[in-house]
Ligand binder design. Structure first.
Ligand code: SF4
Ligand code: SF4
Length: 348
């Protein structure tokens, strides 16, 4: 009998699919809807921000799917080991606001993160803001800016202990090995038994050459092994570009093809530029199955996963409801989610 969990089996057999949902610029209702529908479509993992409100939304979506027979995906929480465009929050100086302003920023905030009642100062309450970005264009005076967020080292162990993820993803960049190692020690201090620690890196910055990127990954492999964590390598071909078409798929495949002979042990998963063309591209390159000796253990979908459900998310919003409560809509949306995920789940 195979004692591996379904997500581990999927990694071992090249069938792994992860949903990236709620790292930033997404609202809580959409996070819940996407989590529910993609859980029911069969994803093995949902990757979200280290934020209590986001995690609650993901878990409500997973629970909805479980009621309909879905397995429970891993909850993976994403952190950065330094400044990273994926992690940001809104900020403005309330002293600069005219007293006559009708405060549209407050009205559009889905997290109730703006306003004197929430914050005591009429600015943004950082603990509630999850970086959806809605308030930025709402201000007629352009006073709201988005600021990068790097979680304080001392906050990480308690947050993880509270949110209890199954796995963590560390976004890193070349040259930040010491910061990466520091984050890993914070994971250990949380006491949370993590199934995997994913490392998200791409060829941006100084490590544009594949061999330089491989060296950076090997350094992180040593850190993870010493801490007793099992790695998962997320190759970010072109971050947040998966809805752009076949061109970005080639970039992601090219990165995998170059890196996989040089990479440290552990599953290689594609992200950034992944979309409905990715699997066919892998099959053409002979890189579709890590279990056969080489290739991708799986894929992560972010922008493409959301883009294809957008019409139904929008229709539900127009009706003032979450999509998961509208049977006539979610059944259609599920078909679209399955069309993206399903080919990865089949034996090939
Ligand atoms: S403060 Fe702005 S960015 Fe933050 S959750 Fe509210 S609307 Fe979104
Ligand atoms: S909309 Fe702009 S000016 Fe008005 S309260 Fe919000 S941040 Fe201040």
């Amino acid at each position: 009998m195979n004692s591996l969990s379904a997500p581990e089996q999927a990694l071992a057999s090249g069938h792994w699919v992860k949903l990236i949902c709620g790292a930033s610029n997404q609202d809580l209702v959409a996070i819940e809807d996407l989590s529910g529908l993609y859980s029911l479509a069969g994803v093995h993992c949902i990757d979200a921000a280290v934020d209590g409100a986001v995690v609650e939304a993901v878990r409500r979506g997973m629970a909805w799917a479980a009621e309909r027979g879905a397995g429970r995906p891993w909850l993976m929480l994403s952190l950065s080991d330094g400044v990273d465009p994926h992690f940001r929050k809104a900020w403005f100086d309330p002293q600069a606001c005219p007293s006559s302003c009708p405060r549209p920023c407050e009205r559009v905030c889905p997290a109730l993160a703006i306003g004197a009642a929430a914050t005591g100062s009429a600015g943004v309450l950082a603990a509630r803001c999850y970086g959806c970005g809605r308030c930025v264009p709402a201000c007629p005076l352009g006073l709201i800016e988005e600021r990068s967020q790097v979680l304080a080292a001392e906050a990480v162990p308690a947050l993880l202990a509270e949110l209890r993820p199954d796995a963590v993803e560390l976004h890193s960049q070349p040259g930040r090995l010491a910061a990466f190692a520091s984050r890993v020690s914070q994971l250990a201090a949380s006491g949370v038994p993590l199934r995997r620690v994913a490392v998200s890196m791409g060829p941006e910055g100084s490590a544009t050459r594949v061999d330089a990127l491989a060296t950076e990954l090997w350094q992180r492999f040593v850190v993870l092994r010493e801490a007793g964590y099992r790695p998962l390598w997320q190759l970010d071909g072109r971050p947040m570009s998966g809805d752009l078409g076949v061109g970005v798929t080639h970039a992601a495949l090219h990165l995998l093809e170059g890196l996989q002979p040089l990479a440290p042990p552990g599953p290689l998963q594609l992200a950034g530029g992944t979309n409905a063309h990715t699997l066919a591209g892998l099959q053409r390159c002979g890189l579709a199955h890590r279990g056969s000796g080489a290739g991708a253990a799986g894929v992560a979908f972010g922008g493409e996963a959301r883009r294809r459900l957008q019409p139904w998310l929008h229709a539900a919003q127009q009706r003032g409801s979450r999509l998961l409560d509208l049977d006539d809509l979610w059944t259609e949306a599920l078909e679209s989610a399955r069309a993206l995920v399903g080919p990865w789940l089949k034996d090939r």
